[in-house]
Design a binder for this molecule. Structure first.
Ligand SMILES: [Zn+2]
Length: 123
């Protein structure tokens, strides 16, 4: 017996990061959430859950991602001013960092949104 343990606690879902990384369906847990690296599938190919309907209203995700990309570009410019690295070094470092962060944040927020919509969906 572990005190204070509740595996299905609302709000503090511990598996959300791994769910975002693997793209697990909120209903059946199959890895069907993403049709593209950062694009949700229309529906779960395993259980038929309508992901498009769940994603509706989650458009602010794109705004958040734009803000993150902007912040990273500003950081890149600041480092550029400070260290004055050669251009190839700047690109070599910042392109994967920016692409990776944006991709992860997109997946993370989309997964978060789908899970939230799935829990709050009208029945
Ligand atoms: Zn499913």
């Amino acid at each position: 017996m572990m005190p204070g343990e509740s595996p299905k606690q609302k709000g503090g879902q511990p598996g959300i990061v791994s769910a975002a990384l693997s793209g697990s369906c909120p209903r059946c847990g199959a890895k069907t959430l993403f049709a593209q690296p950062a694009g949700l599938a229309d529906e779960c190919s395993a259980c038929g859950l309508d992901l498009l309907a769940l994603e509706r209203g989650g458009r602010f995700v794109g705004v958040l991602t734009m803000l993150l990309a902007l912040a990273l570009i500003l950081a890149a410019l600041a480092v550029d001013e400070w260290l004055r690295p050669p251009l190839w070094a700047t690109l070599l470092f910042w392109l994967p960092v920016t692409a990776g962060s944006v991709l992860f944040v997109l997946r993370f927020y989309k997964t978060l949104w789908v899970y939230h919509s799935y829990e709050e969906r009208p029945r």
